[in-house]
Design a binder for this molecule. Structure first.
Ligand code: GDP
Length: 194
């Protein structure tokens, strides 16, 4: 898959703010600091399209990016970020569930897990709730460059067992080395020709 254009379209907190559901959509989900903005930027080959969650003024919204006028990438707020108050946790969960359950154009859920840190309690909870709701989730392991070869295979196994899912599809990635980016592009390409 070749990125010819990538632009921010809209952000919002409910269906009425979202763009019309006319293109296949890929949701990117993960806790704050997992490397989500860096990975989205690496996927679309832009330095600063997705902004990092540590930037002031980043609000709790779903952010839509139009890629090649063909697909949307949807950047969900990092869940640590949504934990600043009880209200915002509830808002975040409601927004995410509404989106997942009602968005007809949702093609695939990518959940990011830090390959060095492993799955956090939040990650395990979010993963479990997606599976229970009947959704396939593709795991993008982030910051692969931080680990050596033996740590990589050890942590892949550790994360499978933390998620209690031996069959889960996991793709090791790095925004630094660009590892795994081609595999993600290949998924977009395959989906287009389905
Ligand atoms: P977000 O909060 O999930 O959007 O995470 P960011 O993309 O802002 O990244 C959080 C931190 O992790 C930053 O300091 C990044 O430089 C670092 N980081 C992100 N991706 C990678 C990676 O692939 N390798 C390494 N070594 N660090 C990364």
């Amino acid at each position: 898959y070749i990125i010819r254009s990538a632009e921010f379209v809209k952000s919002g907190t409910d269906e009425s703010h979202y763009p019309e559901a006319l293109k296949s959509e890929y949701l990117f989900l993960g806790r704050s600091n997992v490397g989500k903005s860096s990975l989205i930027n690496a996927i679309v080959n832009r330095k600063n399209l997705a902004r990092t969650s540590s930037e002031p003024g980043k609000t709790i919204t779903m952010n839509f990016f139009n890629i090649n006028n063909e697909i949307y990438l949807v950047d969900a707020p990092g869940y640590g970020y949504a934990r600043r108050s009880k209200t915002s946790i509830a808002q975040f969960q409601q927004m995410l569930l509404n989106y997942i359950q009602n968005r007809d154009s949702l093609k695939r859920i990518f959940m990011l897990i830090d390959m060095k840190v492993g799955a956090t309690k939040d990650d395990i909870e979010v993963y479990g709730s997606m599976k229970r709701a009947g959704y396939e989730v593709t795991i993008l392991l982030t910051k692969q460059d931080k680990l050596n070869q033996s740590e990589r295979s050890k942590n892949v196994n550790m994360i499978k067992s933390q998620l209690n899912d031996a069959e889960v599809l996991m793709i090791p990635t790095s925004s630094e080395s660009k590892r795994g980016i081609e595999k993600i592009h290949a998924i977009f390409e395959e989906d287009l020709h389905e």
